[in-house]
Write a protein that binds this ligand. Structure first.
Ligand code: NAP
Length: 236
């Protein structure tokens, strides 16, 4: 997919990673439409992108999530890519987490991203791409984050199956299994305080890697062990 002139919806453009992805796509010549929860940050992002429209939503409203891509396509005259960068984490042993919090983690990290992309699949043009951010813990589940990790693993498994479904339409499905980044995400946890984290990867390098992978139609973004990421064409 050619980024110059591409029409891209970024869901979670109010966040640090989503905002940086939106700005990187725009810097490469894409027309970017942002969606987010926080109204002030959404308005600010829309201004900075020069976006024609911006879409407010909450992860708990799954019908609105599922309708975002169609609304964006109506404004942009079609869509070439949809990126979902929403998420929330909780730090606690599984035995200490209440069911309401587990439902929260699965809604924000799995059900809402899946709803957004389910709605995007019939809307994104052939040759386009959809993407979501999971995390390295899909491959290496961590104690103290069992339910967050399980929600990300659910999203990742869904992306893997949908990738095969979409092959005939040539819509790429990207799963960005990102390493730790210093975005303040862990400090905004819904519950608990973060454990000692590994040294963070470099945000700018990672964001450029994600946008490269989106443009290439890659399947996976994985840590490269050198503070950045690498793309893989095939899922595993
Ligand atoms: N930072 C890391 O180390 C790291 C590593 C691996 C994966 N990730 C993943 O990367 C993604 C982005 O994280 P980030 O580091 O950029 O953190 P962030 O700045 O806190 O971004 C979180 C995003 O999720 C949105 N969000 C949270 N709850 C929501 C809800 N109920 N409804 C709608 N939107 C909601 C936020 O929207 P508002 O701002 O509008 O409230 C924001 O756009 C997350 O999926 C996270 O799991 C992060």
């Amino acid at each position: 997919m050619e980024m110059e002139g591409a029409r891209v919806l970024v869901v979670g453009a109010t966040g640090v990673i989503g905002g940086a992805i939106a700005e990187e796509c725009a810097a490469r010549g894409a027309t970017v439409l942002p969606a987010g929860r926080d109204p002030d940050r959404l308005a600010e992002r829309a201004r900075s992108l020069g976006a024609e429209a911006a879409f407010a939503f909450d992860a708990y409203d799954l019908d609105t999530c599922a309708g975002l891509a169609a609304r964006a396509a109506e404004v942009a005259g079609g869509l070439d890519a949809v990126v979902v960068a929403i998420g929330t984490v909780a730090f606690a042993p599984a035995a200490d987490l209440g069911e309401e919090m587990v439902e929260h983690l699965f809604t924000v990290n799995a059900l809402a991203p899946m709803a957004v992309l389910r709605g995007a699949l019939p809307v994104v043009d052939e040759g386009g791409a959809v993407a979501a951010i999971s995390g390295v813990l899909v491959d290496r589940p961590q104690p103290g984050m069992a339910d967050y990790g399980a929600a990300k693993a659910a999203l990742s498994a869904w992306l893997t199956a949908v990738r095969t479904e979409q092959r005939r339409r040539r819509v790429a499905v990207l799963d960005a299994r990102l390493p730790h980044l210093e975005t303040g995400f862990a400090d905004r946890a819904a519950v608990g305080t973060p454990p000692a984290m590994p040294p963070p990867a470099d945000l700018d390098t990672v964001v450029r890697g994600i946008v490269d992978a989106l443009a290439e139609g890659a399947a996976l973004v994985l840590p490269d062990g050198k503070g950045g990421v690498r793309a893989e064409a095939r899922a595993r």
